[in-house]
Design a binder for this molecule. Structure first.
Ligand SMILES: Nc1ncnc2c1ncn2[C@@H]1O[C@H](COP(=O)(O)OP(=O)(O)OP(=O)(O)O)[C@@H](O)[C@H]1O
Length: 309
């Protein structure tokens, strides 16, 4: 699937006096899950709507497999999208909803039953969508996106309303789709959902890209050089480590993060001071920590770019 890319370059969009997108530029590559992460109002949904041609950018370009989405004879076969899982008539069954979509793409009922099976809705396909939970609607939306077996997928907040089992399923499922060579673009404002799932993240705020990096590089950058220490005497330990020139912060009440001295030096200093510790290792930041390190001078983004929850 060499043409499996979703590319936006230099997108700008204003709604009245509000700037929604300010030079939004990134590419979701084939064979990987790309997380599009940012606080509320950062511009994620606007970007996706422009990619689908639902909104028009003031300037810049949005391409799917190198072409505008609407230039394809059957666009849903080039890009499968889930924007709003609730946008389904409640009286219609999930299967009938998909049959209707399939027909418009020249596909038959076999494909509908296949995708229902794939998303775990085979048993619920003949029930009215009005009785579906939000998690089931998300699954139905994903099934709809998959109908045309597209090389690229774009899902806006697909984890919303999913229970823990659904989240685990969806993570594995999206990874599988990427492993088949597809480009999978997934927006979220919850880092924990993307941890261990996305290969690459594009962090956005106020309509522009703040970071565009592999997850591993992003985490390594934030973890860099810190040592994590768990101790029942955090204040004394912090005082000792400060005398070594370490910058000490609290990750939890009894867990210190020390920047400066290495793990061995920290262990020696604590032992020499007679202070015990139950954990001491180079720190590996979570994606969430990396995100807050990036956005959060994010007071800024929250104050002017919409309120982050
Ligand atoms: N149709 C619209 N009319 C006016 N302003 C809009 C419209 N759509 C989006 N905006 C504004 O554009 C900015 C970006 O919104 P967008 O919905 O793209 O952000 P988001 O990152 O998807 O946020 P969320 O996580 O809340 O979905 C916000 O300030 C929003 O208020």
């Amino acid at each position: 699937m060499s043409d499996a890319t979703i590319e936006v370059a230099g997108l700008r969009k204003r709604y009245g006096s509000a700037t929604a997108l300010d030079n939004m530029t990134f590419t979701a590559q084939a064979g990987r899950v790309t997380g599009l992460i940012g606080p509320n109002g950062a511009g994620k949904s606007t970007t996706m709507r422009i990619i689908l041609g639902l909104h028009r950018a003031d300037s810049g370009r949005a391409l799917v497999g190198g072409q505008p989405y609407q230039s394809y004879p059957c666009p849903p076969r080039s890009l499968g999208a889930l924007l709003d899982a609730s946008a389904v008539h409640p009286a219609r069954s999930g299967r009938n909803h998909l049959l209707w979509l399939a027909q418009s793409q020249g596909l038959g009922h076999r494909r509908v039953d296949q995708v229902l099976e794939q998303v775990g809705l085979a048993g619920a396909g003949r029930r009215g969508v009005g009785g579906y939970s939000l998690g089931m609607r998300q699954r139905l939306g994903i099934a709809a996106a998959l109908l045309g077996d597209p090389p690229t997928l774009m899902l806006d907040e697909p984890f919303n309303g999913m229970d823990p089992e659904g989240i685990v399923w969806l993570r594995g499922y999206l990874r599988g789709l990427a492993a088949e060579g597809r480009a999978v673009l997934v927006s979220s404002h919850l880092m924990s959902e993307l941890q261990d799932m996305a290969d690459h993240v594009v962090v956005v705020g106020r309509g522009r890209v703040i970071a565009d990096s592999s997850v591993a590089a992003l985490i390594a950058g934030v973890s860099d050089g810190q040592v994590r220490v768990r101790t029942t005497a955090p204040e004394s330990a912090a005082a000792v480590l400060s005398t070594l020139g370490g910058q000490v912060t609290y990750a939890e009440p009894q867990v210190l993060l020390v920047r400066g001295p290495g793990a061995e030096q920290v262990a020696e200093a604590l032992s020499a001071a007679g202070l015990g510790f139950s954990e001491l290792a180079p720190h590996r930041a979570t994606l969430e920590e990396a995100y807050f390190a990036l956005t959060g001078d994010a007071a800024d983004y929250r104050a002017t770019g919409g309120v982050a929850s």
